[in-house]
Write a protein that binds this ligand. Sequence first.
Ligand code: PCA
Length: 198
Amino acid sequence: MHILVTGFEPFGGDDVNPSAELVARLRGEVATAVLPVEFEALRELVPALLAEHHPSHVVCLGLSGRATGLTLERVALNLADARIPDNAGHQPIDQSIVPDGPAARFVTLPVKAMFKSLLETSIPAELSLSAGSYVCNALLYLMLHEADRIPAQRSPRCGFIHVPPAGVLGLDSQERGLRAALRQVGAPEMHVAEGALD
Ligand code: PCA
C-alpha cells in the first residue's frame, strides 16, 4: 500500500490551513504534498503527483470553515463555482471542471469503513454528499478523473476529507482521527445504513 496525502496552502486571508499542518505531521510516513489553492494549477499538478508517486490510495485534505468534525466526502461535482477568488485571483462561476466529463464522480475509498473507525476513536465525523464547488471539489474531481485514466490494476483509490478549523477541533484530535481513517483505506467498503455505523 502506498498512500499519498495532500493538503492545501492557506486561502481566503487565513495564515494557516489545518490540512497543511496535518500533512506536515505525516511527512516521512506517507507520500505528501501541499497544494496551491488555485483551480488552474491543479490541472497539471494532479497528473504530475500521480506520475511521481504512483500511489495505491490518495487522501486529499482541505479546510471547511463550516465543518465541526472530519467530513468524509462521497461525491465530486463537475462544477467550479467560486464564492471568492482563488489564490491566483481566478474566480470561475458556473463552469465545468472537465468539459464533457460526467456531472459527478463518486470517491473510490471505503468511506463508511473510514467513518466507522472515526466514530470508534470518538473523533467527531460525518459523511457528506458534496465537497462544494470551490478548489477542494475541483481537486477531488480531477484526482478521480485522472485515476480513471490509469489501468484498473494500478489505478489509485481516491477520496477527500474536509477538516474543521483547529479552533473547532484541535489538531491533535484531527491527527488521531486522520490516522484512524488512513488505517482503513484498504478495507472493504461496508454497505450498511449510515445509522447502523454509530
Ligand atoms: N479548502 C477549500 C480550498 C482549499 C481548502 O483547504 C475548499 O473547501 O474548497
